[in-house]
Design a protein around this ligand. Structure first.
Ligand code: NAP
Length: 280
């Protein structure tokens, strides 16, 4: 293997330990709540990991679990209650939500001041204006990983995927002015022709498509930083968008799946909550 491993699991553990120290030193307790509707097994696993991390960081942690047939009005009323709860500094509704619930409406109902997921249109707008309040946890985790591999400033970055939750906010963050940005960013998607040629131009390549092992070794510039956000289940195994075994022989840095972006996402959610509570 020629690439150095960007060990998200180890970096995330350091970040959580630092958060726990800062919480202890503050004498205060940030409050994080999660609303989980329905019984999607992946969502239950994510929420359990978030709850564990919140406890580890010394947070006041609340998980509200509701059945899949919960009415939209009932969910909106729980959102309003958390908006008003002084012990809760940040919260989110775990997506996906069941069909009878309008997810966009729910995102807009969360107070932008407590929107630690960064999905509220106001917070996404602030990010585009170069004044982010909460950068969504996954893009923030990717930015942090890239920073540890030499940063993106002045580099050519290619982001594969244009979702509102990963690709777009990540591209905005890396393009914005500042030490964690200042990159020249290209965003590609399913209608982009000749992905391989485009990817070969990237000093930093981020894959966020949900297409198992699509990114091959000959798509990668030698020495490039490769961050794999993708997670798909293939024959019961968690697999990224990057053909890890082949690409690691070409890249300069690479994230594994699992153990790369996933744990960073959770650590960044904790960091957003710490900041929502105003703890230095
Ligand atoms: P999404 O909303 O489905 O968006 C996928 C994006 O990839 C879309 O922009 C799509 O293009 C593009 N795409 C799909 N197939 C492509 C192809 N063959 N070539 C080029 N572009 C292609 O997914 P998402 O929510 O952004 O998530 C992306 C992946 O990251 C998923 O595997 C998800 O599980 C994973 N994820 C991981 C974490 C974590 O913490 N590790 C967090 C969030 C997401 P169009 O826009 O043209 O359809």
């Amino acid at each position: 293997m020629s690439a150095r491993l960007l060990d998200g699991k180890a970096i995330a553990a350091e970040i959580r330990a630092d958060i726990a120290r800062r919480v202890k030193a503050s004498g205060r307790q940030p409050g994080l709540a999660v609303i989980l509707v329905g019984d999607d097994p992946a969502s239950h696993t994510y929420v359990a990991s978030k709850e564990k991390a919140a406890r580890e960081c010394g947070f006041h942690s609340v998980v509200e679990r509701y059945p899949a047939d919960m009415a939209e009005a009932a969910l909106l009323s729980r959102v309003a209650a958390l908006n008003a709860d002084p012990r809760i500094h940040g919260f989110f509704v775990q997506f996906p939500v069941p069909r009878q619930i309008d997810g966009e409406k729910v995102m807009r109902a969360v107070s932008p001041d407590k929107d630690v997921d960064g999905f509220h249109p106001l917070n996404q707008g602030l990010l585009l204006q170069g004044q982010p309040r909460f950068l969504s946890a996954t893009p923030r985790g990717v930015v942090e990983l890239i920073a540890r591999a030499g940063g993106a400033a002045g580099k050519r970055v290619v982001v594969l995927g244009r979702s509102n939750t990963v690709g777009k906010p990540l591209a905005a963050a890396l393009m914005n002015k500042g030490p964690r940005g200042d990159a020249t960013v290209t965003v590609a998607h399913s209608r982009t022709p000749d992905l391989a040629r485009l990817c070969r131009e990237a000093d930093v390549l981020v894959a966020a498509m949900g297409q198992p092992r699509l990114v091959k070794a000959d798509w990668v510039k030698p020495g490039a930083v490769v961050v794999d956000v993708g997670t798909s289940r293939v024959e019961g195994k968690l697999v990224g968008d990057v053909d890890f075994e082949a690409v690691k022989e070409v890249a300069g840095w690479i994230t594994p799946v699992p153990g790369g972006v996933g744990p960073m996402t959770i650590a960044m959610l904790m960091l957003n909550t710490l900041e929502a509570a105003g703890i230095p």
